[in-house]
Design a protein around this ligand. Structure first.
Ligand SMILES: [Cu+2]
Length: 465
């Protein structure tokens, strides 16, 4: 190290020391007790008992972090640590998260709140927290190396800023980001408006969750952190169908669903039976003129969207990512397409050598949903879930919006399956069908297409003389 660098280093240390001193009075007073969550169930809304009042959100398969008021400051304590997350019953993953779960708890504050977040690092490596979307002093933005020194193993750092703008935000590490986000470190943040805001509607139900993705080999428990695109577990708040709780609302409720995307690809999030408007993003509430009816919102990487609608159709409505491979669990990969392949004769021969051998996908993959196939320990079946009329044949990013007349205001309990009123459900036609005109044209005598439509020819090899 030359003399010049030495002095720069010394100066940086001194600045660090001054900054630390300015918060140390607070840090030295007892920290707020960290609150840990053992359950992966959706917790009821945390109605504020101190600070400014607001209408709390419900985090899908998650919870809101309790706080304490300390001389007008809202204080939270996040603990970054390894966790075991149940992604769906029968499938647990070793992840990193906050306060016992991945994702971490939702943080809810009110516009204008002075917020202080203690972050204790119990990971095996350093970390930091970036407060995605917040207006804040540069030194609180959480990019390690750029805005602060990383939070070393065993250390606690303090972040302090005013929640200046109401809206839908998230938090995640900005230190060894690839590893730490692939391991499940992230959380939701909602800043509620202080007063009535013409662009922020008051709703009866306000749900939130993060889109996340993992690469976990069937039978293993730890996400592969080097995977760039080919993930096999597509989750909402680190849960996969049928482990994702349903969104239960009362008929005619005004509903808001806040979604943030921390995966490596976009997700077209699609709701059945209703039209919603996108009322805002992490950039803030959208002007009324920018709102149009939609049934699918494509949410790009790093984006957040607020979907709002009136739940005015009773029933059990599918709510899912529209990429069909994202509503599949682990076994959906590397299985060859077998539709139309005739296995007759082959199965018997193969079963002599491999007694468990079975044919998959000859008639499509629907058999997979019904099949009680022996799975490796600790994985989620590719497509699964029983509805009232059979297999739902889904996995991954799939849940159900349940709209009921008899759901009580503020009650989030699962009301069970919807019973369609008589005469309002698709039914089987049992009387004999007349021969459709098209079949007649195809009957004997009509000109038939040649049996072979595609001929494969090997490329001619170049002969060198
Ligand atoms: Cu998707």
């Amino acid at each position: 190290m030359n003399r010049r660098n030495f002095f720069n280093g010394a100066a940086a240390t001194a600045v660090g020391a001054v900054a630390a001193a300015s918060v140390s009075r607070v840090a030295m007073a007892a920290l707020p007790e960290p609150v840990l969550q053992a359950s992966a169930n959706t917790m009821p809304p945390l109605v504020p008992s101190s600070g400014r009042p607001y209408n709390p959100v419900v985090t899908l398969n998650g919870w809101t972090l309790p706080w304490r008021m300390n001389q007008g400051v809202k204080e939270f304590h996040l603990v970054a640590e390894p966790v075991v997350r149940e992604m769906t019953p029968g499938f647990k993953a070793h992840m990193w998260g906050y306060n016992g779960q991945s994702p971490g708890p939702t943080i809810e504050v009110v516009e204008g709140d002075l917020v202080r977040v203690f972050v204790t690092n119990k990971l095996p490596e350093h970390t930091s927290v970036h407060w995605h979307g917040q207006r804040l002093p540069n030194g609180m933005d959480g990019v390690s190396g750029l805005n602060q020194r990383a939070i070393g193993v065993g250390k606690t750092f303090v972040y302090e800023f005013v929640a200046r703008r109401p809206g839908t935000f998230m938090y995640h590490p900005h230190a060894d980001e690839m590893t730490q986000m692939a391991m499940g470190m992230m959380g939701f943040w909602v800043t509620h408006p202080k007063t009535k805001n013409p662009l922020i509607s008051e709703v009866d139900r306000d749900f939130c969750f993060l889109l996340n993705a993992y690469d976990i080999d069937p039978g293993s428990m730890t996400p592969k952190i080097m995977t760039m695109l080919d993930f096999n577990i597509w989750s909402w708040n680190s849960r996969v169908f049928p482990g994702i709780d349903t969104l239960n609302v009362r008929y005619k409720d005004k509903v808001r669903i806040r979604v943030g995307n921390l995966t490596m690809t976009n997700h077209p999030i699609h709701l059945h039976g209703h039209e919603f408007e996108i009322t805002g993003s992490d950039g803030g509430p959208w002007p009324l003129a920018a709102r149009v009816p939609e049934i699918t919102a494509d949410i790009a990487v790093g984006q957040m969207r607020q979907l709002e609608f009136l739940a005015d159709e009773e029933g059990d409505w599918a709510f899912h990512c529209h990429k069909s491979h994202h509503t599949m669990n682990a076994m959906g990969h590397n299985v060859p397409t077998m539709i139309g392949v005739d296995h007759r004769g082959l199965v018997g021969k193969l079963q002599k050598a491999v007694p468990d051998y079975m044919v998959m996908g000859e008639r499509g993959m629907a058999d997979m949903g019904e099949m009680e196939m022996a799975l490796p320990d600790n994985t989620a079946p590719m497509m699964t879930g029983q509805g009232p009329y059979g297999g739902v044949e889904m996995g991954g990013m799939f849940s159900i919006l349940k709209v009921r007349k008899d759901q009580k205001p503020g009650d989030y309990k699962d009301p069970g399956w919807f019973k369609q009123p008589a005469g309002t459900q698709a039914f089987e036609w049992t009387t004999p069908l007349p021969d459709p005109a098209r079949f007649k044209a195809e009957s004997p005598g009509a000109k038939t297409a040649p049996a072979t439509e595609v001929q494969v020819r090997k490329p001619t090899s170049h002969k060198h003389h």
